[in-house]
Write a new protein. Structure first.
Length: 363
């Protein structure tokens, strides 16, 4: 059981761990960060109690969490191991695991990676809810102390996350495909559109929801993502090569007019989309999108969500895509069940909104 926790690095993830740990019943959470401003904000938010030094932060801690950029993780983890005694188990939250687990061979260290985050960064955006329902990879190795692993496993679960054990190299191949490749492709797509002109037209000015949906993560913090790409370069390179092979298959089908291949290709994607959504929703086939054009004025979003709530229509998820002050934006609501989607549409149209309903998964 973790009674005293140390957090080294008090950005979004570190401060969120502190807030979540307090809610889970951890008695003392001390924090340290070379960025004194980040440490001050985390302390003001109640995420941590500021420590005067790294040694002060980890003294007597049952668990120390290193929340540093991936490029500096091996050195930071080694420093925490050196500054702490044998009673302290050490973990990290980096999104790549191969480099740090290869560089640090110590029975007290267990690699970790919570699969969550936000476009926002810094302790001012920290939330105790960040880890609820999120996968949290743990990467024990042969040298790992089983008792320490059980302690870390229990701590991660106490924050509301789902701990999943993985080999460090397998972890890096997995996130290369599910996280790093999407980030790389989002940048590629947006840069391709942004540097093109079609007979004088700017593609970005004519972009619809598809491009926005596929490029939501483009342009993420380069200080973080350059290190991630380089740290996981081999696995990401393999994923990109496989992606290139699949693009070439589609190119050949287009050149040959192969409608059969394209139909099977789309059907395969539909099945995979159903599998993806089934991880988050009990009946993915019942999910409906409601797209609502909304004006740019205060209170619109609150009014819509309150009206649907009063009608006992549950919103599974939502996203607001803003176009401009003059044009407003598109509010996309995710509702389960055709009946609730129809009722929501009727309610909103009675208030003067234009609503389009579409199934999330085309049958």
């Amino acid at each position: 059981m973790v009674r005293r926790l140390a957090i080294v690095g008090t950005g979004l993830i570190g401060a969120s761990i502190g807030l979540a740990a307090h809610e889970s019943g951890v008695g003392e959470v001390r924090g340290w960060d070379v960025d004194s401003d980040a440490l001050d904000v985390a302390a003001e938010r109640g995420a941590v109690e500021s420590a005067a030094s790294l040694a002060d932060a980890v003294e007597g801690a049952d668990l120390a969490v290193v929340a540093a950029p991936v490029a500096s993780l091996p050195a930071e983890v080694a420093a925490v191991l050196d500054a702490s005694d044998n009673g302290t188990t050490v973990t990290d939250v980096g999104s790549t695991k191969g480099a740090v687990t290869s560089a640090v061979v110590d029975s007290r260290f267990i690699g970790g990676h919570p699969v969550c985050g936000s476009e926002a960064r810094g302790p001012s955006h920290a939330s105790a809810e960040l880890f609820r329902g999120a996968t949290w990879f743990l990467t024990p190795v042969a040298a790992t102390d089983p008792a320490r692993y059980r302690t870390l496993h229990g701590f991660v679960a106490s924050l509301g996350s789902v701990p999943v054990a993985a080999d460090p190299q397998a972890h890096d191949r997995l996130v290369a495909l599910t996280s790093h490749l999407p980030h790389a492709l989002a940048n590629l797509l947006l840069n391709q559109a942004g540097t093109s002109r079609i007979e004088g037209h700017d593609p970005l000015a004519a972009a619809g929801g598809s491009l926005r949906d596929m490029t939501r993560v483009a342009g993420a913090n380069p200080r973080i993502w350059v290190d991630i790409f380089l740290d996981n370069a081999e696995a990401l390179g393999v994923a990109l090569a496989d992606h290139r092979r699949r693009v070439e298959q589609v190119e050949r089908a287009l050149a040959q007019g192969d409608a059969g291949f394209l139909a099977l290709w789309i059907a395969e994607a539909s099945g995979n989309k159903r599998r993806l959504l089934s991880e988050a929703y009990e009946q993915p086939g019942a999910l409906q999108w409601l797209r609502v054009h909304v004006p740019d004025r205060p209170g619109v979003l609150a009014g819509i969500t309150q009206a649907l709530g009063a009608a006992r229509i549950n919103i599974e998820d939502f996203e607001l895509q803003h176009m401009s002050r003059e044009r407003g934006g598109t509010l996309t609501l995710l509702v389960s069940g055709e009946d609730d989607a129809r009722r929501a549409s009727e309610l909103l149209e009675a208030q003067g909104y234009h609503v389009v309903i579409a199934p999330v998964i085309e049958e």
